[in-house]
Design a protein around this ligand. Structure first.
Ligand code: SF4
Length: 212
């Protein structure tokens, strides 16, 4: 079974009613800070990243100041979150690359972003859409799970999910759709025990294990 175009529009309208202000929940003031926050956010919560970056960005808010930190000093700032050694190494390397190859400015294209250490497809899409307002749908664990449960996508991997979402969601809503799906995934359609009984999308949702 598939959702019709009318039903897809209804799902998107309902999500927009529920989360009209959906936006990135990472705290940042500049594209550089967002880049660091997104690299730190792999396999941890935005809340934990915000706790760490609040302290880090207080004294080290930009590329040049973070370049002055040794890798060990950077590790000390971020060791509350998972994979911190690897993340510290990636951040130091990406800072050097942004400085040496992009003149100290975070690049705004997918091809340039994806070259940076620790930056994958999802991170590049988050950067493009949030920092530069370039339409993109970053598929993280929430977007993948929620869109496939509802039936906005029917895919086994994130890349296919991203392409299917780009087909069914109007381009002007790509950025908002990404945030709305994350918000729904964090608040209602959570990984274990989704709150189907209070979910407004329930009548349309195609998830076979949904609770009626
Ligand atoms: S009905 Fe359940 S599975 Fe479907 S979107 Fe709502 S919470 Fe998620």
């Amino acid at each position: 079974m598939e959702l019709s175009k009318v039903e897809i529009k209804k799902v998107l309208d309902l999500l927009q009613d529920m989360y009209p202000d959906a936006e990135c929940e990472l705290d940042y003031k500049t594209p550089f800070q967002l880049l660091i926050a997104v690299v730190l956010s792999a396999q941890t919560t935005d809340k934990k990243v915000n706790e760490v970056t609040k302290l880090l960005f207080k004294d080290y808010p930009d590329l040049d100041s973070i370049l002055k930190l040794s890798e060990e000093e950077l590790q000390n700032f971020i060791k509350k979150i998972g994979l911190y050694r690897n993340k510290a190494k990636n951040i130091k390397n990406l800072c050097r690359m942004v400085k040496d190859e992009y003149g100290g400015k975070v690049p705004g294209t997918y091809e340039e972003l994806i070259r940076l250490p620790g930056v994958g497809r999802k991170t590049a899409n988050v950067l493009m859409s949030n920092a530069f307002s370039i339409p993109a749908i970053a598929v993280d664990t929430h977007v993948f799970r929620v869109s496939n449960r509802i039936g906005l996508a029917k895919a086994q991997d994130v890349l296919k999910t991203e392409k299917q979402l780009m087909d069914v969601v109007p381009k002007e809503k790509w950025i908002l759709a990404h945030h709305m799906l994350i918000w729904h995934g964090r608040r209602v359609c959570i990984a274990r025990n989704p709150k189907c009984s209070i979910c407004q999308i329930n009548p349309l949702c195609l998830y076979e294990n949904k609770i009626l």
